[in-house]
Ligand binder design. Sequence first.
Ligand SMILES: *Cc1c(COP(=O)(O)O)cnc(C)c1O
Length: 230
Amino acid sequence: MSTIAQHLQDVHTRLAQAATQAGRASQDITLLAVSKTKPAADVEAAWAAGQRWFGENYVQEAVDKITTLKKRCPDLVWHLIGPLQSNKSRLVAEHFDWVQTVDRLKIAQRLNDQRPPHMRPLNVCLQVNVSGEASKSGLAPAEAELLAEQVAALPRLCLRGLMTIPEATDNSETLRAQLLELKHLFDRMQKKHPQLDTLSMGMSNDLELAVACGSTLVRVGTAIFGSRNP
Ligand SMILES: *Cc1c(COP(=O)(O)O)cnc(C)c1O
């Protein structure tokens, strides 16, 4: 078995244990393999081990991999999880299946206008800044409901849920409070938008806590592909 396949199995074991602990069904939690900075061959190895959903941060790097792997691995599902600048929105609209980092109307409108007509609507999560750190992208929790209304009205986008990157802290109570804030916001928004099914939170180091707090999509890089070179 390849190292990547072994790591994937280990992550699935962690997820299953976390789900059991939380009294949740493990099939309600999807694993997104974060392949940023890693070569297409690593994505292919993960694909051979059954992984289908991949997350990337840098648009041009991702588009190169998507193009390389299109023929060999036709059923890959690609998520953008890095910040999105307006001048890259067309490439994103033409190549990705999901964008998890929508945090303003202007970028949502551009993605909507640029999504090619032969493709399915682009799945979208709103990125929410729950830590309030000025350096973080994402919109304030209080702004999320208005943007959700506006995005839900765009026909070439499909609003799926919320995403967050909490504070990088070892304090698990701080982390728990931030993850639960997103969960509560998600539950409130689901009442108005019953189609919402995705709460994207949790990474290699905090996936157990994220599952305990209601995550439905964990984004895992290091634990699958190993550490990244800066
Ligand atoms: C890099 C990245 C991840 C993966 O982080 P790991 O700690 O390597 O699991 C998850 N989410 C986002 C937004 C990232 O940029």
